[in-house]
Ligand binder design. Sequence first.
Ligand SMILES: Nc1ncnc2c1ncn2[C@@H]1O[C@H](COP(=O)(O)OP(=O)(O)OP(=O)(O)O)[C@@H](O)[C@H]1O
Ligand SMILES: [Mg+2]
Length: 468
Amino acid sequence: MRAMKVCGDEVGDLTEAFNQMLTQIQSQDSALQTAQHELQEQVIALQREIGERKRAEAAQARLTAILEATPDIVMSANPNGIPFYLNRAGHEILGVGQDRDISGMKTLYLHPEWAREIFAKGRLPEAIRHGSWAGETTILARNGKEIHVSQVLIAHKSPEGKVEYFSTVLRDMTEYREAEEALRLSQQKLLETSRLAGMAEVATGVLHNVGNVLNSVNVSAGLVVERLRRSKAPKLAKAAALLTAHNGDLGQYLTNDVNGQKLPGYLANLGEFFIVENAELLNEVDQLSRNIEHIKEVVAMQQSYAKVSGVFENLQAHRLVEDAIAMNIGAFERHGVEVERQFSAVPAIRVDRHKVLQILINLIRNAKYALDDVERMDKKIVISISAPNERYIQIVVSDNGIGISPENLTRIFAHGFTTREGGHGFGLHSGAIAARSMGGAITVASAGIGEGATFTLELPIASTASVT
Ligand SMILES: Nc1ncnc2c1ncn2[C@@H]1O[C@H](COP(=O)(O)OP(=O)(O)OP(=O)(O)O)[C@@H](O)[C@H]1O
Ligand SMILES: [Mg+2]
């Protein structure tokens, strides 16, 4: 806007002055507007700054809340080691009242005397050099108690590399250490227990297997004693005495005397009897010594339980089965149990003789026990040998005894599972382990209670045919 100067008189001057004033006002107005604009921008910048500061404060409050809540000691100190921040846990663990001024403390004195030099000459310079140090150390807690801590020490530096302050986080490791110690102790105890358990297992194994065999040793020994008691040896002595008595007229006595005439025939009979008796006794003594040999081996094998003890040999399955039957024969006779053999010709197997015997004796004895409790006249154990393929043979022991309930079928191999008074529940468990150690297996089948049971032992066929 501008006034028009129409003449050069006073009015004209006035108009001029007015216009000048107007120009001034207009330029001031624009300056004012610029100033206002700048002001507005400053206000916005201020508002932004306030917002940022608030956010920063909130973030700091959050951080402080975390530092205050952590069970670790958190501390900051100036380069001279005078702390200016100590969190709540720090106050508590170090026994410094929450409202106590901490600027009188010195971080070095957090450590017991013996650890101060290590800290001052080792860890601190390292933190300064590398920016931080982490490791384990000891501090003096409330009442001078030394506690083991893990520590992180940070040297905060200016852009020029000058340390501005230190901060540290200390974690009490006492509980951790105690837990570690408890774990170590319990591991040691576990080891000891399993060692003892192992020994118990060895003892049970010896008792079980030796017990099984001792039974037949007793029977054999009883038989030998009985035979000797009934022996006709005294009669031989009597005949000898008769001959001696007729020493002078022996020919006369043998031909004319009624008794003398019978003597040669009697002696011949006696001789035959002695031959048979001798063979039977020999057989029994042989069985006895094999049983004793087996007992010796069982004890030795069980003593070296942990080791893979066995000597592997190529053996005929039927020989092992016959041995196992022989070791139980007395029991079958006593309990009226018939044993039926169904042996097919099979290749030699590669096994540890005593392990197989141990397994078979237990299977056969279990079958016999299963027959003890049934009221039937035709108590029978069938033992078959066959080779279903070229890799292994099967020895099947089945009985028509009490049978096994479906829920027990899987449990009978567990260590300690027994339904038998006086049983250990060891036989099948150790048998299954022994079978596995030879590359074989034991399986069971039963149609249920009262239906008998069938155990199948699979053993690997020897790769070469030679038999020991
Ligand atoms: N032929 C079977 N018929 C029925 N049950 C059987 C037969 N064989 C085994 N069992 C069951 O399996 C259980 C475990 O047998 P295992 O041979 O492991 O131990 P055990 O004979 O009881 O005792 P031991 O340790 O003296 O041998 C037996 O108690 C029995 O319940
Ligand atoms: Mg048994």
